[in-house]
Ligand binder design. Sequence first.
Ligand code: AHN
Ligand code: ZN
Length: 335
Amino acid sequence: MRKIFVFFAVVVLFCACGERQLDNPESGKSENKKSAVVPQFNADSAYRFVAAQTAFGPRVPETEAHAQCGDWLVAKLGSYADTVIVQGFRTRLYNDKGIDGKNIIAVFNPEARKRIVLCAHWDSRPFADHDADEALSHQPIDGANDGASGVGVLIECARQFKLQPLDERLGIDIILFDLEDYGPRQEQALEYYDENVNHWALGSQYWAKQPHVYGYKAYFGILLDMVGGSNPNFQKEYYSQGYAAWVSNKVWRKAYDLGYRSSFSNELGTMISDDHLPMNQIAGIPTIDIIDLQPNSSNGCFPEVWHTHNDNLEHIDKATLGMVGDVVLHVVYEE
Ligand code: AHN
Ligand code: ZN
């Protein structure tokens, strides 16, 4: 009797195990993914990181405010990351003038072969060429949304990576590009147009040709630009969809799961020349741009405040920083 019982027990046990295997051959893997604890992104903290940047004043390359903000970013990221690398470079502006810039790279789990790049630009535009006030259109802008918002979200991500360490098999590189926003004024755009030269994204072009690690490769990249406005419209930017559709689709699906369907629309957006272009075209890293696209705005592309003096802290919406940060943390921790 006892022997029969043991026999049945073994059969039942065997069947149970076998059944689980058959149902889902990757059950272990997907269970791990589901149970990955994703830290809570703190939008107040991200907002403070945006405010800290704008408090330095416009971060125009080769100014005191830019240098001071750069030092602050290096120190802040240094307190969260395993290493911070500062990549200084000299490049040429649209008008052929030479200029110095600095890309700031925070490395988490440097030994991991599988890597994800998260990036934003930390410089701000040297002139408000879309401002209605002509006199003020030659003054530099705060760039609270255009620049500081993406950086603020990424510093908060870095803080979370420190609080809740990532799986050791996954490496993250946060890259803050310099000199994204020093393209020619709108009224001079045609005069300086050259089909062979990209006057924007100078820091990203430099890095893509000369990455901080020789032969650097990453699984994919996510660029954040203008992720702090109210009522954002994150359409799937055109080049992102062309070069890295699987990344866009993965990120937008996550946004839907988190309930952000009204901000992450499934529409295909226009072509934006941003820091992700050199990453795709030169570095060969499939990279998407999460960017607020407003085709009905007066500038035809971006939020109304774009490249005006209204791009300041007053027009930053914590809720937007919060949802973008939440999406990024879910993508990373559930990878
Ligand atoms: C152009 O307008 C060519 N590119 C926009 C990229 C940009 C500017 N992102 C922020 N500011
Ligand atoms: Zn800009």
